[in-house]
Design a binder for this molecule. Structure first.
Ligand SMILES: [Zn+2]
Length: 248
């Protein structure tokens, strides 16, 4: 097979991943053998879970599509200006369960604050993250592009921002979580749901001032951690309100 040339055009914020920051989002590649479009895309630094629509010579294809001759390839992210080919989209939009890598602790905690189910272990190795992702059918949240490129990753997202509130908004937008927020319903320590408890049932576990000033409590259904609207609560509430306002 003689060498052939492909021109890839990365649209919208997929340019975030390109190694050489071309503002045009265009990359030319010379290929010497049949290559799947997934491998061509990832050789440019763009993980496959970020790509929602692939057009080869203006026709939609999936990741396994082989490239065997000269081609023009257009790539679009989930949040794209392009509204064509709705039935050929490659990514699932609405996902409510996540696993976050060890560097995204603040994001994991903020998503839990909003009530979302986020598996998180600061010490987790890549192998463990992938295993939890697969076993529990969760979307992988990581800024490690190599990890996101792993063949077994079906759903995932790389937060663009380094700021946890901005990352939270990105995740809410990417996975269409606007209407699913249930703040203060999940344990920040272990991710299990909280339940309402009667003060009398836990009063022996409370500090003297907490006993006096607070009457409503929630308890983690797994680790037993007790939560109440303490002094930090209004600050947290304001933060969540800001995040929600920016999402809408
Ligand atoms: Zn807990």
């Amino acid at each position: 097979m003689s060498a052939f040339r492909v021109r890839l055009k990365f649209h919208d914020d997929l340019t975030f991943f390109l190694k050489s920051k071309t503002s045009s989002g265009i990359i030319d590649r010379n290929l010497g053998e049949k290559t799947s479009v997934k491998d061509v895309i990832e050789s440019c630094g763009v993980p496959h879970p970020e790509v929602d629509l692939i057009l080869v010579n203006s026709k939609p294809v999936d990741f396994s599509h082989p490239i065997v001759k000269d081609a023009d390839i257009d790539l679009y992210p989930v949040q794209s200006q392009c509204l064509l080919f709705k039935e050929n989209r490659l990514q699932v939009r609405s996902i409510k369960r996540f696993v976050a890598d060890g560097h995204l602790g603040t994001l994991a905690r903020t998503l839990r604050l909003l009530g979302f189910d986020v598996a998180y272990d600061r010490q987790a190795q890549d192998r463990q993250l992938l295993s939890v992702m697969e076993r529990e059918d969760r979307a992988l949240l990581t800024r490690d592009r190599r990890l996101l490129m792993h063949a077994i990753v079906r759903h995932g997202y790389c937060p663009r921002s380094q700021n946890a509130d901005d990352q939270t908004i990105e995740v809410i937008r990417r996975f269409h979580l606007f209407d699913s927020c249930t703040p203060f319903s999940r344990c920040l320590r272990c991710n299990a749901p909280l339940e309402r408890v009667i003060k009398a049932d836990i009063i022996d576990k409370l500090e003297p001032l907490t006993k006096i000033y607070y009457s409503e409590f929630r308890r983690c259904t797994d680790c037993g951690q007790i939560y109440w609207a303490g002094s930090h609560f209004s600050k947290l509430q304001r933060r969540l309100e800001k995040i929600r306002a920016r999402c809408s």
